[in-house]
Design a protein around this ligand. Sequence first.
Ligand SMILES: Cc1ncc(COP(=O)(O)O)c(C=O)c1O
Length: 361
Amino acid sequence: MSWSTAPDGTVPARPQLGEVPVYSSALASAVPVRLRASSNEAPDGLSPAVRDAVLDRLERPNRYPVLGGIDLIRALADRLDADPAEIAVADGSLSLLNYLLLSHVAPGARVVIPWRSYEAYPICVLTAGGEPVRVLNRADGGHDVEAMISAVDERTAGLILCSPNNPTGVGLTHQEVAEVLLRVPRQVLVVLDEAYLDFDDRADRPRARELVAAHANLVLLRTFSKAYGLAGLRVGYGLGHPDVITAVRKILPPFPVSALSVAAAIAALDDEAHREAIVARVRAQRSAVLDMLTAAGIPASATHANFVWMPLGPRSAALGALCADAGISTRVFEGEGLRLSLGEPGLVAALAEVLPRFAAS
Ligand SMILES: Cc1ncc(COP(=O)(O)O)c(C=O)c1O
């Protein structure tokens, strides 16, 4: 038997990985970051209740967590008035998306994704062996729902929706998601990524629980990384039909979330006041920043998330550089726009210095 190796003698990786970019978010700057506005995190995460729960569990690191994160699943089921069979948990909603694609997308099958959207989507689809089909957003940064529906064909196994969308912040309406579910075939898995749900205060935002009850091919993805302030502990969950959840649980590792993270997430679910404080701070900053942008004549999309998107095209890098010089890290999408995460205390005052300079340049 002869073994094949890559040309340079290294172990050959799966050929499909050749076209997969490595996820990156770093923005280099000579000035140290004073205000972190590049990763859509919550500025402060640790509530006393979460600290106590984690420290308590830390006493028993020698013991495995409960199998399948079922203690967290039960707490979520209680909270969401759902059956535990409808919920799966993992180390972040992004992991869960990977597992869902592995459980439902056969090699070579297509997955329709909005674009621009969360940059991990095409990577997840490719690493699962599928083919991402990008559908460009409308000019206002919202998903082009009609075009996404039209992109579905007999080779399509999945379709991803993101509401509010990262990085534009524009949310889908209930009617738009309902329309997708009515018109795409029932064998297409529809994933509604609601990472930024808590910051969305629109009356017509998707009533996703209602849609899950009516459509067995819909799965919601939610996370403790944003409004719960637990990004570093990595906890997310999916809610969908028990058949879909059973399939994804076959792929999940037996202990998909660490014991410390489970303890933190359960305590965070009970600590409504802490989550509400994070959300209130973000919403207040969001309207202050949008007002400042309007005053400075800088375009911004209608965001309902914990970040603001400025579609500045070729001028995006210049604003990113001015922010970096002021110690504010942002996320620049070269030639497209700049995303600024909200919530850091002092951000509004710092922007009050930077934005007029940019507007005058
Ligand atoms: C739309 C979207 N989905 C999922 C995630 C990842 O969330 P998690 O930390 O739960 O993996 C992010 C993170 O930025 C995101 O923007």
